[in-house]
Design a binder for this molecule. Structure first.
Ligand code: SF4
Ligand code: SF4
Length: 250
């Protein structure tokens, strides 16, 4: 088995890219079958369809590389700032702009690595236009949960906000995944480190009520649409958690 270390070829390509674009990030590897077994049925079918005739080969020998690029901290600070006249949406939109920029970079570097290793890059977001989405479930058959890959690759734990929480950047990081028919030494899952913290639940009534809702993700999607921000994002649960993780680091 190969190990992805700082000096290994894939890590070197990724870290050189991060230096070029002036961002920080994380990389690890998950076992293909473990990810496959951990995702919902629609995503199992998605994996089967993109692997095609090579599906069994991926089950036996496959890995999924998880790459994450972190937001700049000042972008996270611009989320949900209330002023006398209301929320500063111009500032809040910085989060949406960087969200889109991170997706573009993740797509670029994942496609480059996939090409070099004869793998398959899974885009960071679904390419279905949001106006065609009538329910959050419409997203599920068209992508893989990059959070599930990062979780299986040991890059962080699943927080009470359902995001992947890293020690380094909290949830202020976006992920992409690359399927490769190669075995690497894989990361190990991390138990929740949320402890007594409830910061994300305190900021978001939808998260607080998630166990009483049919599917909190649909309530979240409707709320994002109602905000009228670019790229239909919100980020309040990311900011609350980012502050908590940064204060722990201090
Ligand atoms: S994105 Fe916003 S609405 Fe959705 S769970 Fe997070 S804080 Fe709540
Ligand atoms: S804000 Fe606190 S409870 Fe929520 S995910 Fe982050 S660490 Fe966990």
């Amino acid at each position: 088995m190969m190990k992805i270390e700082k000096n290994s070829e894939i890590a070197e390509i990724f870290h050189n890219y991060l230096d070029e674009v002036n961002y920080e990030g994380l990389l690890s590897v998950a076992n293909f079958s473990e990810v496959y077994n951990s995702v919902m049925d629609e995503q199992k079918q998605y994996l089967e369809s993109i692997c095609g005739v090579k599906f069994n080969n991926y089950v036996d020998f496959g890995s999924i590389i998880s790459l994450g690029i972190a937001y700049h901290p000042e972008t996270i600070e611009s989320i949900n700032i209330k002023e006398e006249s209301g929320y500063n949406k111009e500032l809040w939109n910085q989060y949406g702009y960087e969200y889109s920029h991170l997706n573009k970079m993740l797509k670029e570097i994942s496609e480059k690595i996939a090409k070099l290793y004869n793998g398959i890059a899974i885009p960071p977001t679904t390419e279905t236009p949001s106006k065609e989405i009538r329910n959050v479930k419409d997203f599920f058959p068209n992508t893989l949960s990059h959070r599930a890959v990062a979780e299986n690759a040991g890059l962080g734990w699943r927080g009470k906000n359902e995001l992947l929480i890293t020690y380094e950047y909290g949830p202020a990081i976006r992920f992409v995944s690359i399927l490769v028919s190669l075995k690497f030494i894989e990361g190990k899952r991390i138990d929740s480190q949320c402890g007594e913290c409830n910061a994300c639940l305190e900021i978001c009534p939808i998260l607080r009520e998630k166990s009483n809702l049919k599917d909190y993700r649909e309530n979240c999607r409707l709320y994002l649409n109602s905000l009228g921000l670019v790229h239909d994002v919100c980020g309040k649960c990311i900011k609350a958690c980012f502050k908590e993780i940064i204060s722990r680091k201090r």
